[in-house]
Design a protein around this ligand. Sequence first.
Ligand SMILES: C[S@@+](CC[C@H](N)C(=O)[O-])C[C@H]1O[C@@H](n2cnc3c(N)ncnc32)[C@H](O)[C@@H]1O
Length: 224
Amino acid sequence: MTEYAEVARAVSARGEVVLRRRTTEHAADVLELRVNGVFVMDTHETSTEEALAAGALDLVEDPRDVVVGGLGLGYTVQRLLADPRVERVAVVEVEEALIGWMRDGTVPHGPAVLADRRVQVVAADLVTAVAEATRTYDLVLLDVDNGPGYLVHDTNAEVYDAPFLTEVHALLNPGGVLVVWSADRAPGLEQTLRTVFGGCTEQALDVELQGRATAYYLYSARRA
Ligand SMILES: C[S@@+](CC[C@H](N)C(=O)[O-])C[C@H]1O[C@@H](n2cnc3c(N)ncnc32)[C@H](O)[C@@H]1O
């Protein structure tokens, strides 16, 4: 039997953000993040959030400056910080309440992640933050939604489209890499990245979600 207990709830301009604790006979005290009633992620299956960072770190020799779109529960950022080559991580997160829950320990591992002096959290929409960026980066990691085929926020559709991805291309240093996380295969995104960057690699990652085997996907593209 699965039991749920609400841990925190907030309402923002984009809707309702809820953190709840899930307990099953297999795993106790799993935190789940839901937005507008849609499952976003949990603290039990975090391998692909970490793989997003680990895979990207393998692709560049000197990943000093990194942008992460979507703080979530911090696993991508935590994995980046484990690499001593990383000097600065700018994390763009649109939900201020979630940033607060990570800072104040409502998410227990949150304070340690955000206390790292290399982390700068920007409370903003990713599209706005990229448009206003004044410097360039070695890696950009995008995990703001479930992917182009299954959006939590319809407004995030533009994150997977050519105009925004062209801005991200310009945000990268030569040789810099963009990696995009997606819950489903996204051939349209792959094609757009090929057009904008001149190439793209798709990687499938096997995961088990509450007893069900499935796969998530990473799309990588390098600025020449
Ligand atoms: C799937 S979670 C990210 C998970 C993260 N990779 C981790 O390791 O925990 C997506 C995050 O992106 C945020 N988000 C959604 N749309 C956004 C946007 N347009 N700009 C910035 N953040 C956004 C959500 O509030 C959520 O925290």
